[in-house]
Ligand binder design. Structure first.
Ligand SMILES: [Zn+2]
Length: 234
């Protein structure tokens, strides 16, 4: 049986291995543990109620992998701290932790100690996104672009009622809105699917629309990070 221990020696209760490489375990939101937990925890409560503790223990284990920089490695055993993007790294984890500590129905049954741990990890992850979230992969996209960074900060600000995080998310979103000029100036490298939802400007349009809802006081129209934090509403 495949057993995985975290850097603190804790046994990870739920592990999903990458299909083409039996010993590769991705951690992030696109290919890894974080993304699977995000989907499971947004299913209707009766589907995860009985498994809540094991799901939260898996989140605890994910936090064990957080680096001193506030980021996460893309996979177990990777020494790299290079990628700060939704698919690999802190932005995806910030979404997961925002879901867990945010006020919504149903709320997750977090002990005070666990909530404190999640808030600390969320704060360090959000700081990392703010410091390193201006990405050069264009157009500004959700998967590995600035739109993903801004969305993560927006969700973190809502979950924690932190205006500074909102201001940080807004400034990255506004930087992203300048993407045509950034492309012309060579500060953005144009990707393969420039109009798509996850890798193109369509995802950025969702970010800008949600940001407008927040700043105009229309939170009832807020949808959330597509395919990541909008699942409960789909
Ligand atoms: Zn990506």
């Amino acid at each position: 049986m495949f057993e995985l221990k975290t850097p603190t020696g804790r046994r990870m209760p739920l592990v999903w291995r990458w299909s083409s490489s039996p010993y590769k375990v991705y951690l992030g939101a696109a290919h890894g543990v974080c993304g699977i937990l995000l989907v499971l925890l947004q299913c209707p409560q009766p589907t995860w109620d009985a498994y809540e503790e094991v799901l939260l223990e898996t989140v605890d284990c994910l936090i064990d992998f957080q680096l001193a920089s506030g980021n996460w490695p893309s996979s177990v055993g990777s020494p790299s701290d290079d990628l700060v993007q939704w698919c690999h790294g802190a932005p995806g984890m910030v979404l997961l932790l925002s879901l867990l500590v945010g006020r919504h129905e149903p709320e997750f049954a977090l002990s005070a100690a666990r909530r404190e741990t999640y808030l600390r990890a969320l704060s360090a992850g959000a700081r990392c996104v703010w410091e390193r979230g201006l990405l050069i992969k264009g157009p500004p996209n959700l998967c590995h672009g600035t739109a993903g960074s801004a969305y993560a900060l927006l969700h973190a600000s809502i979950a924690t009622d932190d205006c500074e995080l909102l201001a940080q998310g807004m400034s990255i979103a506004m930087h992203a809105a300048n993407w045509r000029e950034l492309e012309r100036g060579g500060q953005l490298v144009r990707g393969d699917s420039p109009s798509s939802l996850m890798c193109g400007v369509a995802g950025a349009a969702c970010l800008w629309a949600d940001l407008l809802c927040v700043v105009c006081g229309q939170r009832e129209n807020f949808v959330g990070f597509p395919a990541s934090l909008d699942i409960a509403q789909s």
